[in-house]
Design a protein around this ligand. Sequence first.
Ligand code: AMP
Length: 564
Amino acid sequence: MTMISDFLELGLSTELLNAIAELGFEKPTPVQSTIIPRLLVEDGDIVCLAQTGTGKTAAFGLPTLEYLDINNTATQVLILCPTRELCRQICQDLTNYSKYLEGVKIVPVYGGAGIQGQIKELGRGAHIIVATPGRLLDLIKRDAADISGIRTLILDEADEMLNMGFKDELDAILSQAPEGRRSLLFSATLPKEVERIAMSYMKKPDIVTVGQRNAGSDNVEHFYYMVREDDRYAALKRIADYNPDIYAIVFCKTREETQKVADALQKDGYDADALHGDLSQAQRDHVMGKFKRRALHMLVATDVAARGIDVNDLTHVINYNLPQEIELYTHRSGRTGRADKKGVSIAIINQKEKGKIRRIEAVIKKEFTRLPVPGAREICERQLSHLINEINNVEVRDDIYTFMPTINEMWDSLPKEELVKKILSYEFNRFLDYYRKAKDLNIPEKEKKEKKAKDASGNKKNSATESNETARKDKKARDGNPGECEKGFVWLRINLGYKNKVIPRDIISIMKACGIGKKSVGKIEIFNEFLYVALKDSVAGYARSQLNGASYDRRRLSASIIEK
Ligand code: AMP
């Protein structure tokens, strides 16, 4: 298989090279360096198994444009895709690539928009039609679209087209496409139905897998937060608050849930909105426009509605609920970590869903890391430093100088420290109020085990001393309060526990490695999955910053200070 690492070597024309250079494409992605040379110099049909976000559009779009006969007004290329969003995205991408090719006509046709306008547009000529299957079939029946002269047929996200129930439409379109065409099929997965399409309508296609099949993008890290079912929404808010620069898609299972979560977020003051199939096209466009302009920080969406969303800089993909089908998780997480950027995929799960995480791990061949849901103190610290950074970076305009004499007069008697406190409090009191009484949302491992044991033994009581001891510790952990620690000390919670075979002596050594002596270390309480260590007030913040992200026994550490 040819693999070329430079656009110049691919054999594309200067016009196309200039256009993609302007888009900032420096080197071909793996799917591009595999597919482009094959399309340019070889014949034959290809089934390409590649994830979304891998640069597929340019992989098929650039060679297609290269071979377009602009003087011939007949439709030469048909691209079929599952959703109107993807349809428009592909058109936009092809338009960008063909910026320096004069006279290329690319027409998108999709359902949910007026058909008359599309008929008119097609009447003006279309070298390339990009279509959703249902609408195209309608247009063919009305003699508005003519695919009898196409030389290239591209099926993009074929698995998704079939998932969305376009089987009959695809069969009808493909059986009408001319014999001599070249066919390309792109799909993230190869289920039986996609294989059937490939075998029935393609000529001995070569199956090319780019990247590992079903594998998650290498750039994406996978985390989960385990909370009680009732705390799912509270956990989502904590994630948003802990990441003040969040720019995320929040995936929900149903349209109803999508709307409910988006409404709740809006009510709680977040820049969030819903995207799902119950919305009109105009509403969806409006929401997408806001999200792309970053006027929305969280787009709450169903899987289907999120198809074709082309946003490269997502900070997070959040699984508010895990999808029913494991393969959908790959699609979801593939929305982040695109174009060489690092991505984060987070799942909020309840105790019963841990098995699902393990099954996803087996499919994506990557491990999830469990993270503690951020507590009040950590969130407030993150928010405060974000606010201070924003203040530091704000542009000071000349106009302000005319007001300075008045401002100075009003604040003349206020010492600088007081002024800083007041300004920060003005912005920050809402947070402090909300988080003052915030509980720990984490489920201690013990509680889970207890529950299991209880269920199994039909509520049988354990031996008195043991159950008292466990209950005492459990209760403390449930409340996020591991009991009283020494005066002048605070609890630091670390994601290590008996499970990791740590004993108090290890904790002392860990602290020593951070430069914290025995005198600053107080009580230690170890649970199965995590532990609490009491540290002198003055060193706790330092210890936390040293430990967060560090490794212990190949485990990434996460430490948080527990509010008293
Ligand atoms: P696609 O898989 O075609 O939806 O592409 C995903 C994103 O990657 C799109 O926003 C493209 O603009 C971007 N992209 C595609 N090819 C390249 C490249 N060679 N270098 C940088 N970005 C790219």
